[in-house]
Design a protein around this ligand. Structure first.
Ligand SMILES: Nc1ncnc2c1ncn2[C@@H]1O[C@H](COP(=O)(O)OP(=O)(O)OP(=O)(O)O)[C@@H](O)[C@H]1O
Length: 354
């Protein structure tokens, strides 16, 4: 998979920027705050129709403008596609693939896959469960776009249920209907999450073992908030939680409370891991994502290393570069780094790229 070129209009600090990318390593160099991440953020939009650093699309619109455009030609094994994304201050985001408007973001997902390594990633290992759920959700959506639609349905129904729980006179029949719908969606989501964690844990275990110099066994387990993955059982768990839901005026049970357990041997690294163990586990997880996508799609995703490369020690740096052989990679860095590879350099300065 690769992004051949990109044209950014009124995107972040770029009024009109066109770049042709290398299918190998693209190194984007510049001082802090020049606009390096803005370029890779636009690449990420081509896969997910959103940024990897904000949920607010409108933030990417140039301060002086009303509408941002990202235009690109991308290729995968099967095809070459033209992707156009328009983000406006006063209308919905519009996405065209080969000049045809698409109505669901899931129709964009999977044309190209993107894996981002960023300094924020360590939060997956050390911060609250929401970061681990986001990691699962993003990765499963990439390989199974239908999962993304299930999540949208779940969140919509959950919001409706929560609104109902906050009302003065709760309509119990309506509450039953929402629980029925939620149980139905949860059965599917739990199955996807369980399969994903089983698959990625196998790959991550092997990867982590190698990058920890054969010292550590990484164990990853899915910790569902529900005891069962069968709809009828889920429904009875929701019924059992009803009194709590009403008391707290919010849904207390469900996949929105799921977590992932990360252990090295018997030790829960989420709580007790050293900085080094957390860093290595994060890299293992991310590298496993790349392998998982390759296993599923028989093609490597595009990889973005945003602001992390210069932070890595030489061993991790070389190991990463080895792994990224033949994968289109974008590296943002404040200084030129010499690697024994075919690299295309882009120098970012004063809202221009040279
Ligand atoms: N919507 C916007 N309109 C115009 N300029 C913006 C917008 N959003 C961000 N910027 C500008 O983009 C620049 C930051 O870009 P970016 O985050 O890509 O920097 P960077 O080169 O990756 O820096 P660092 O090395 O510090 O991470 C800042 O100058 C900021 O003011």
């Amino acid at each position: 998979m690769q992004v051949n070129n990109i044209n950014l209009i009124n995107f972040r600090n770029y009024e009109n920027l066109s770049l042709d990318f290398s299918p190998n390593i693209n190194m984007i160099i510049g001082q802090n705050g020049q606009g390096k991440t803005n370029i890779v953020e636009a690449v990420h939009f081509l896969s997910f129709a959103k940024s990897f650093r904000t949920n607010k699309d409108k933030e990417v619109i140039n301060f002086e403008g009303n509408t941002s455009y990202i235009k690109s030609i991308v290729t995968n094994e099967a095809d070459e596609n033209k992707i156009d994304i328009k983000i406006s201050k006063d209308s919905k985001k519009a996405i065209n693939v080969d000049n045809i408007p698409i109505s669901k973001i899931s129709d964009l997902m999977g044309i190209i896959n993107v894996v981002v390594f960023s300094p924020e990633d360590t939060k997956i290992v050390s911060d609250s469960p929401i970061y681990r759920r986001n990691f699962m959700d993003k990765e499963i959506s990439q390989i199974r776009p239908v999962y993304y639609n299930l999540l949208l349905d779940y969140n919509k129904t959950l919001n409706n249920k929560n609104t109902l729980l906050k009302s003065q006179n709760i309509d119990m029949i309506m509450l039953d209907i929402y629980d029925e719908q939620l149980a139905d969606i949860m059965e599917k989501i739990i199955t996807y999450r369980d399969t994903f964690i089983k698959t990625i844990s196998e790959i991550a275990k092997e990867t982590h073992y190698i990058i920890s110099s054969k010292k550590e066994n990484l164990i990853i387990e899915y910790k569902s908030n529900l005891k069962s993955s069968i709809k009828s059982d889920i429904l009875s768990e929701l019924k059992d939680a009803r009194a709590d839901d009403i008391r707290h005026t919010v849904s207390t049970k469900g996949i929105h409370k799921d977590d992932i357990m990360l252990k090295i041997g018997d030790i829960d690294i989420r709580k007790y891991g050293s900085q080094g163990q957390k860093k290595t586990a994060t890299i293992s997880l991310k590298l496993s994502e790349i392998e998982l996508i390759h296993n599923m799609k028989k093609e490597y995703p595009i990889v973005i290393l945003d602001d992390i490369f210069s932070e890595l020690d030489i061993t991790r740096r070389m190991m990463l570069i080895e792994k990224l052989y033949n994968i289109q990679t974008f590296i943002t860095t404040t200084e030129k780094i010499d690697i024994n590879r075919d690299i295309k350099y882009f120098e970012v300065k004063d809202r221009n790229v040279y």
